[in-house]
Each structure stands twice: as structure tokens, then as C-alpha cells.
Design a protein around this ligand. Sequence first.
Ligand code: ZN
Ligand code: ZN
Ligand code: ZN
Length: 369
Amino acid sequence: MSARRERMDRVRSAMAAAGVDALLLSLGADLPWLTGYEAMPLERLTMLVLPSDGAGTLVVPRLEAPRVREDADLFALRPWAETEDPFALVAGLVGGRRCLAVSDRAWSSALLRLQSDLPHATWAPSSVVTGPVRAVKDEAEVACLRAAAQAADRVAVALQAGEVPLIGRTEAAVSAEIGARLRAEGHSRVNFAIVGSGPNSASPHHEPGERVINPGEMVVCDFGGTLSLDGGPGYCSDITRTVVTGSPTAEMTDLYDVLHAAQAAAVAAAVSGATCQDVDRAARRPITEAGYGDAFIHRTGHGIGLEEHEDPYVVEGNATPLAPGHAFSVEPGIYLAGRFGARLEDIVVAAEGGPDPLNRADHGLAEVG
Ligand code: ZN
Ligand code: ZN
Ligand code: ZN
């Protein structure tokens, strides 16, 4: 069975379980994941109407139809001309079906129009159906994530080896160099390259700016992009390594040792059958015991795939059990506001044989220039 056919079957079972009568996929990652076709993020409507009880139809602007690789097994194609009303086409395909799930990333203008054309329908985000299904990666997806992680690792190794000069440069300049290196290592797109130095290392989502990096500072580097294998859809990388310019203070070393142990404990806890919140607790426990509990101000991780952040979220309150194929970040951090902080992040797959960290760059606090 083809990977696409298998995904379609998994989606149909999930629709039945959620009581969804039709899935309406537009912008976002669900459509390319299911059909291989990614809608252009423009105003013209592209929408796959997939009823629970029949074949799917992809409503697509006529001028974009040549980009669609047709798959008669999975869906029929219904190109619409400039003078047609695509919303009427979608409403006709939906018919009397009531419980509809629409792409989380669909334009609100499209949804508002559909809601007025289909006044008796009830609406849910498509992620109620696709989130848990997409969270479990098949073999080809894990191979893509691994290739992306290995490319990001090569950048991290260069950073730790001091090949990316830090002292005397601005965060923005270092961020740009990390981005260029991600591309040189095979990423087609850079999604982010956070460089937070000195007090900025205590701000988890710091926007790299004009601050010049000094000796004796912690520098949190969190970067990732999108990489595709064999022209397929792009999968995301996401890694954090913290380095110190020169020698760390005793307090920096102490904080980093706690963080390193916490990250290792959380990775080790990510066995199939454990819950997402078990992994979060495993990261939090050693940090809390060391007195840094209030300084770990975010969840432990997020799922990753076609999107940088997707199910499953590794957070207290998420009792979803991990299953083989779940791919997610394990990224505890400790942040002393206004002073310094550190984070350590790997992408991990919950595999049959135990946790499989895709990132293998060294976990120590590298001292660089
Ligand atoms: Zn990250
Ligand atoms: Zn992350
Ligand atoms: Zn380690």
C-alpha cells in the first residue's frame, strides 16, 4: 500500500472516531501531507472536500491545476474558472453533511463565507482529526526528520568547534551566519536562528539584534529550517546548543550541569507508553530539586514534522501516551531573568527500541571564542 493511501485510511478512521462527516483541507500542512499538493497562500480558494462516506474532491483554481499531481485513487480534481464561485462548489460537495472539520490554517475569510453558505453545519479545526494521525511519523517521515537533524547537527558542531566567531560580533550577524550554514548543509528554508547572548540568553524567544557579544557570556543558539529529500515535502529541524565565550563562572557551570542532567533524564523517559507529561516531569524534577524550578518557564517540548510545532506537545496536562513514531523536541531551559540562561534541545523519536535522539551534537557547554 502506498504511504498516501495508508495516511488516507488512517484519516478516515480518525474522522469516524471523531464523528466528522467531512474534512475541508485548504492552507497548511494537512493537505500536502495527505495529497502531496500544497495550496498557494493566496486569496483564490483551494480546498479538498473529503466526506467520510465517499471519494474526495480537490477544488482548485484552474490556473494552479497543472501543478497538481493527480491521484485518481485518492481524490478527483475540480478546477474552477475565474468566473465560477468556488464556495458554491464546496457547499455542493458538502451537501447535507453537518459535522465539518476545516484546516486550522484556512483563511478566516474562507471559513466565514462557508459558515454563511452552510448555516446548519457545526465546525471543528482539522487538527482534531489530523493532529494525532500526523503526530505518528511513518518510516519515510522519520528518514526526512533524521536528515534535517543531521544537517542541523553539522552547523551545531561547527559552532561548538569555534568555527563561527562570536566575540565582537552582533547577535544578528551570528544569526545570519547560522542561517547561511543551515542552507549550505541542505536546508531549503531557514525557519529561525535565535542567538541570545549575555542577559538575552535568559529570554527564550529572543529576537537577535545589534547587541555585540562579549567574552565570558552564555550564548543560546536555537536554530532550524526545512529540508526535503528527493524533492518531497520539507521536514523541519530544530536544535539548541548553548555555548560560553571564554570560561564559564562556577554559577554558569552549575546551572548548565543541572540542565544537561535534566535533558538527559527527559530523553530517557521518552519511551513508548510513557505520557507526554511524564517526559515534562522528568525534565522538571532535577531542575526543581536544584532550586531552579521557577526559572524553567516553558513546556519541555513540541512535536515536529512538516511544521516546526505540531502535536504532540510535551507539557503537564497532556496524558497522551507516546507511541513508536512520535517525533518531538526535548528542550528544557533555565533562565535567570536579566542575568543569563541556557537551553539544550534535541529532536527525539519514540522508537520501538527506546528513545531515538536524532540530534547527536555534543551536549556539553562548549567554550568558544
Ligand atoms: Zn528550538
Ligand atoms: Zn523547539
Ligand atoms: Zn547529554
